[in-house]
Structures are given as C-alpha cells and as structure tokens.
Design a protein around this ligand. Sequence first.
Ligand SMILES: Nc1nc2c(c(=O)[nH]1)N[C@H]1C(S)=C(S)[C@@H](COP(=O)(O)OP(=O)(O)OC[C@H]3O[C@@H](n4cnc5c(=O)[nH]c(N)nc54)[C@H](O)[C@@H]3O)O[C@H]1N2
Ligand SMILES: Nc1nc2c(c(=O)[nH]1)N[C@H]1C(S)=C(S)[C@@H](COP(=O)(O)OP(=O)(O)OC[C@H]3O[C@@H](n4cnc5c(=O)[nH]c(N)nc54)[C@H](O)[C@@H]3O)O[C@H]1N2
Ligand SMILES: [Mo]
Length: 651
Amino acid sequence: MFQILKKHLARYDIKTVCRITGTPEDTYKKLCDLYCSTGRPDKAGNLIYAMGITQHTYGVQNVRATAMLQLLLGNIGIAGGGVNAQRGESNVQGSSDQGILYANLTGYVGAPSATAHTSLKEYLEKETPKTGYWANKPKFLISMLKAWYGDQATADNDFCFDYLPKHTGGDHSHMAIFEKMAAGSIKGYFSWGQNPAVGGPNTANARKAMESLDWMVAVDLFETETAAFWHRPGANPADIKTEVFLLPTAFSYEKEGTVANSSRWIQWRWKAVEPPGQAKSDLWIAYEIMNAIRKEYQSGGRFPDPILKLMWDYEPRVHGEPDIIKVANEMNGYNVADGSLLDSFAKLTDTGSTACGVWIYAGYMFMDPVLKVPACQRRSSEDKSGLGLFPKWSFAWPANRRIVYNRNSADPSGRPWDPGRMLVSWDGAQWVNNDVPDFTFKDAATGAFITPDISAANSFIMNPEGQGRLFAPTGLKDGPLPEHYEPVESPVKNIMGKLQSNPVAARYKGEFAKVAQAASPDFPYIATTHRLVEHYQSGAVTRNCPNLTELMPEMFASISPGLAERIGGKPGEPVVVSSARGEITCKANVLPIIKPLKIDSREIELVAMPIHWGYQGLATGSSVNEITPSVGDPNTMIPEFKAFICNIRKA
Ligand SMILES: Nc1nc2c(c(=O)[nH]1)N[C@H]1C(S)=C(S)[C@@H](COP(=O)(O)OP(=O)(O)OC[C@H]3O[C@@H](n4cnc5c(=O)[nH]c(N)nc54)[C@H](O)[C@@H]3O)O[C@H]1N2
Ligand SMILES: Nc1nc2c(c(=O)[nH]1)N[C@H]1C(S)=C(S)[C@@H](COP(=O)(O)OP(=O)(O)OC[C@H]3O[C@@H](n4cnc5c(=O)[nH]c(N)nc54)[C@H](O)[C@@H]3O)O[C@H]1N2
Ligand SMILES: [Mo]
C-alpha cells in the first residue's frame, strides 16, 4: 500500500504543488520541513482545520489527506497530536452525536434502509462487522430501541425495529431538500434553529422554493429571513399561500442542558435567566409537539403504533419544563430491571436488559455523591499527567477518553514513544495510564491484564482490520486516495489530469443547476466567502445586537488595490458582484492584504465576501449566498462555499 501511495503522490512534487496553489516554492519547502519535523517520538504535530478544508467539492478528500499525513508522521493517538476539526456552533458535535444527520441513528449507528433491512436480523447481519468495536453494534441498536419503546420492545417483536423510519436511499441533505421543495414535493418544513434563507447556497432560489410549502414552522429567537420569506423584498405576500408559524424559543442562557464541544467533552449548562415573554426551551417545544401528535393519533391514524407506543414521559414538570434529567438519564442509559444508571457502554446488552439512547454517552451521568441526584458536570481541575487531559472535568465520549487511538502513543511493546507524554504504558506486568486506554487491556471476565502484543497490531479498534487507513477501501464516493481537482467553478485548468473537477460532485436540478462553464470570460475572478469576528453565521442574533451592528454595519466585498483600480472603484463605493446565479450590491472594501492568487504563473484577482447579511434585523444588506453555487462534496454534500467564479463592477 505504501508503494502505491508513493507512486500516486510522486506526481505532486514541490514545483507542481506550487503551480497549483501559488505558494512560493521556498516558503512551501520551509513549511514542509517544519511540519515534518514533528514526525519524531519526542515531538507532536497537531493539525487543526475548519471550513477552508471542507467547503469544497473535494472536502472529504482534503480531510482524508490531513489524516493520512498525520498517520504517516505518527501524530495520531498521542498527546498534542491528531486531526482536530473545529466544530463551528457550540453544540454541533452534540447534535451529530444525537443522530441529526439523515443517514444516522444516535451514536453514529447507520439508519436502516427500507429495502436492505426488512427485519432486525437482516439489519444486524448486514451491518455488524465481525471484528473491531463495531462488532458490538447489536447492543447499541437494541439498547436504543429499549430506550425509545420501553416494555413494548421485546425479542419477539424485534424490539420494535419495524417502528423505525426506513430510508429509501438518495440524498436528503440541505441542498436536496431545497431542490425537492422547489419541485413541489415537500409540503411542510420545520426550520428549527437555522436560517437557510441566508445560510444556504443559491439562496435566492431557496427563498423562492419556500413559496411552494403549505406550511412552515420557524423555531427561533427572532423573526429571521427564513421566517419572513413571505414578506421579503420583492415578494408579494398576497401571492404566497404558505402558512407560517413562528415559535419563540429560549436562548442558550435561558435554559439548561448539555453541549458537546469539538473535543467531545459533554458539559452541562445551567440556566442563567428566564426567557422573555412566551419563549420556551426547545425541549419544551419538542415535547409539546409530540404530545399533541400523540393526542391526534389516539383517534386513529394510518400507523399509530410507532407514535403511541413510544415512551414519552418526561413528567413531572419542573417550573413548567419537561424533566430534563429524565432525558439526560435516557441518553446515558440504565438497567431496565431497576433503572440504575449505566457507568459504561461495556455494560450494554443485546437482550433487552439495558436501555441507552446514545451509546457513546453511556457513563456521562453519575449519581452526585453529596446531593444524591443524577448529575453530569464533573468539575475538578486535577490533572496529574500535566498534559492538559483534565480527566475529572466534564466527560469526553467515549468512556471519558480524552485521546482516541491512544494505543499508538506507545510502541508495539507498550513503551511510550515519548516518556514525557505518557498516555498508556506497559510496565512489564501491567498497564499504567494517564488516559482511559482505547484498546482491550484487561480481560473482562478475569480482570487480568492483556499483554501489549495483542493490541500492538490492533490499535485502531473502530476499524474491522484494526489498522489506520492510508487507503480507504470502502465508504468514499470519490475513491480510496485523495486526488487534486479544481472547484466546479474555476478559472484555471486542472493540471493534474483530464478531469477538471470531481466527477462525482453533488449537483442539483432546476434553478439549482446553474453553474458557470470553466474559465468563463463573464466571470474572470475567484470569489470566496468567510466570517467576521463581529457577526455570527446568518447574523440572526448578532444583527439584532445594537453594539455589534454598530461595529460592523454593512455588507462588503474585499478586493485588492489593483482590482479596485481596474474597475475604477474607490473604498466605500457601491459595487455589484455577479455570478452565474445572479448579482448582489454591496460596498467595496479595498485592502492591501487581499492579493491576487498566482496560479500556474497567472495572476487572478480575488473577491472575498462575509456571510452575515440579510433583509431582517437591525442592519440589513445583501446575502452573499444569493450568488454561491449549489454543488457539494459527494460524501457529505457540504456546499462549495469557498471557491466559485464571479465578476465585479462599480454600481
Ligand atoms: N465570529 C464568528 N465566529 C464563528 C462563526 C461566525 O459566524 N462568526 N461561525 C462558526 C462556525 S459555524 C464555523 S463552521 C466556524 C468556521 O470557521 P473558519 O472555517 O475558520 O471560518 P471561515 O471564515 O469560513 O473560513 C476559513 C478560512 O478558510 C480559508 N480558505 C478558503 N479557501 C481555502 C482553501 O481552499 N484551503 C485552505 N486551506 N483554506 C482556505 C480562508 O482564508 C479563511 O481564513 O466559525 C465559527 N465561529
Ligand atoms: N457562503 C457561505 N455560506 C455558509 C458558510 C460559509 O462559510 N459561506 N458556512 C456554513 C456554515 S459552516 C454554517 S454552520 C451555516 C450556518 O447557517 P444557519 O444554521 O442557517 O445559520 P445560523 O445563523 O447559525 O442559524 C441559527 C439560527 O438559530 C437561532 N438560534 C440561536 N439559538 C437558538 C436556540 O437555542 N434555539 C433555537 N431554536 N434557535 C436558536 C438563531 O437566531 C438563528 O436564526 O452557514 C453555512 N453557510
Ligand atoms: Mo459551521
């Protein structure tokens, strides 16, 4: 495999990489030397990334490349190492853990398919690997079904597996939803804590697509651009039939619950103030909607069982709110016989004796020894390792392990590669550790230590083969090894091969198909989008804060002094930025730090635009997403927000 990899990558010598990226060769070489110097036992290299890596039609290939680099340098599973995705919103990690992605149930257990999984047995046979930790999948799924369906779930009825919604394949991501909405096949829509009228690509068409909804529910702090789509500038409310409900919700400081951060630390957040007016917590809203649905189904319905047999008891209320500790305990898991909390997912069974909503969260709740009530937040700052592990602060899933794959911090014989950064260590007779070992280190039955040779060749326990993957044999739509492609819209030719852009990039139909031809003379410049310190995301919250809107009041496009001169524009003057989707007007921000990109010895100007404006709130302005393309990565369907082509002129 290593020889294949070497051959594949030999084409990417320093000269070639710098032709593509425009980085000066000596700078790039210096950077490579510095970064690769971390590939020694006494050093650690940490690779942090966010949207610059992911928001491309080859975003997953980018991420794969970072993981492969870190594997090759020995930077995985060690203190100070790793590939660290910076999750954007405070609980985006927690949301993913709870199964918010359409192809997942909770804890990254795959959602069942209508055609491939007609029974629990068929699901488990097809989806359970023989080796690796996922061999325990039946325990995770059956315990989740017990958490959802309680006594109703028995071995005889497949633990109510038939009640789970089954997918029929295909793409149900953000862009696909709006494509279907535009085509008229989606009739109702919950916009719950998101603002797609500003946040999604090609958004002028997304706003138009919402007009074909019968109803929409916006659960938000404010009347966002999405909630207000029916009276947006240019629309005639009399022509729009959609019934819109706006449910006011409590802000983060006005409710309690868990949030999970980028390091998978689950932390409890207490309520600081009461929500204003009629605003309720999201939990209250979800609970009452389901209560109302259950009431409707009591008088019949096409298939009431999944709804009426669901365990849905979060009483008694606490200050009117559902009992959130009951929710937290259900996520954590408990013994069905006596309701006692599970302290580890190692205790889960596939017999129905345990219930657990989110297997990776097992053990995060504990009985507070002083108060004698279930609690979540551990609050000791003790850290004997001196490595910043803080094992008694919060709970890091899985199993309160701070660094996953930590068997790799020790050599095959179990000696730490760097004694100064010991996570786990075999002292000849037993394992000693600063972090929770991420391998089978003790015999579950006898409690005897297992010698290091057993785990040495099996240090990536989530993979059936037990190995890190330089080569990804399955799972990725665009192949086992990363390859360079240009963005779908690019002013330059891909010098690495015949295929200009990722041949399997996600693309959409109708109005969402609008993409410029490569090297179009109509759009000679590269456009990119980014954030500002003063605003947050679609600006729904921050453009309602007077002080923040005062600091950063207006939408703008940043360009180089050279480009400003070419279009005859001065700082602060209005400009029109256009793409194959349309055009927006904003102000010119002429900045010397914006420099033309040097690609294959050509200089190409760059237009950089922030993402935060819309037509609601205290400070309004055009949304850059009116001109971004609906194309995305084939695996994640994340839109290509970071690179497309545009033109710019004086308004
Ligand atoms: N103040 C503030 N903070 C925020 C947010 C906010 O809106 N406002 N949003 C939060 C959220 S949800 C997220 S996801 C994060 C996002 O955080 P970031 O990803 O850091 O934010 P962005 O500004 O979108 O863009 C990231 C960077 O990508 C670089 N870039 C563009 N194209 C490429 C490329 O091809 N390769 C590489 N290597 N780099 C490239 C740009 O130069 C830019 O500096 O921020 C979070 N924090
Ligand atoms: N062009 C371009 N577009 C982008 C990006 C980019 O870099 N470039 N970045 C993308 C990224 S990474 C992200 S994450 C998205 C964000 O896009 P969205 O998720 O659509 O935008 P947000 O503004 O984060 O929406 C959050 C909404 O939740 C509301 N809210 C806040 N707290 C609560 C709460 O406790 N409960 C409820 N119910 N509502 C609450 C806010 O008022 C706001 O309306 O934007 C994406 N869009
Ligand atoms: Mo994000």
